[in-house]
Ligand binder design. Structure first.
Ligand code: MN
Length: 268
């Protein structure tokens, strides 16, 4: 008799992300996007709020997640706890500097446990995509007025692309008490070979899903793929900051931890 056992990785073999990101201001004078690429946690934040507010909000949230990723128990990264702490950082920054009162940021983040559970937390209009066995799926739904109008049947997705209020967010992190309740959290089992893309609207707003699919499936490294995605957004005349973080799920065999990098808006 043959018994098929479920895949159980030996202790020293765990799933981890090979992740890299890139971020550019595009045609804008400053970059208010930020991104994080690390073996356990990837994130993209797109700040809003004028002057230095947007860049501060995005940078604070990504910096808090970077620090929480470094501290986290790898078998169970506490993504919601990290986002809650990041939102408290926004509240503290607003108290210190009243000129930051209007700042906010989107956040799309994904954490990978060593057992291969992928947890996605999302608020706003940055996006997460999953390329698995050749198929591209969206992991997030935009928290925007136009997405709500599409969902209700009032407008089509094609009309949403050019709607005058397409940038209006229905939820974001502002450092307010109720923000974390607007977070959409989902989880799915990861598989070796999965490729994640997290990106800001400066990418998906001008590059259609079919093109994202083609570029993600092109067989290039996460770093090269992120650079190609940004170049494609520029070639399509994006009017916004553009950030892409690409993470490949693979089996980690121990050894030195892969690097963690932060791209885009830096904490000032
Ligand atoms: Mn944007």
């Amino acid at each position: 008799m043959t018994v098929t056992e479920p895949l159980v990785l030996p202790d020293e073999l765990t799933l981890a992300l090979d992740a890299a990101g890139d971020s550019i201001a595009g045609p804008r004078p400053d970059n208010q996007d930020a991104g994080l690429a690390s073996p356990r946690l990837v994130a993209v934040a797109d700040g809003v709020g004028g002057a230095h507010g947007g860049a501060t909000a995005a940078a604070l949230v990504v910096e808090r997640l970077r620090r929480s990723a470094a501290l986290a128990r790898p078998e169970a990264p506490d993504l919601v706890g990290g986002v809650t702490a990041a939102n408290a950082d926004l509240a503290a920054a607003r108290r210190r500097d009243p000129s930051l009162a209007g700042m906010a940021t989107t956040l799309t983040a994904a954490a990978l446990t060593t057992e291969g559970r992928l947890v996605v937390a999302h608020v706003g209009d940055s996006r997460g995509y999953l390329l698995r066995r050749g198929r591209l799926t969206r992991l997030t739904a935009d928290h925007t007025l136009v997405q709500a109008l599409v969902d209700s049947g009032a407008i089509t997705s094609e009309e949403a692309r050019t709607h005058p209020q397409r940038n209006l967010l229905l939820a974001a992190l502002h450092g307010s008490a109720g923000d974390v309740s607007g977070l959409a959290v989902s989880a799915l089992p990861a598989e070796p070979g999965d490729r994640l893309l997290l990106c800001s609207d400066g990418l998906w707003g001008v590059v259609p899903d079919e093109t994202l699919h083609e570029l993600l499936a092109g067989g290039t490294s996460p770093a090269e793929t992120a650079r190609t995605l940004l170049r494609t957004a520029l070639a399509r005349s994006t009017q916004d900051n553009v950030t892409a973080v690409v993470g490949d799920v693979g089996v980690s065999v121990g050894g030195p931890a892969p690097p963690t990098s932060v791209v885009g808006a830096a904490r000032s």
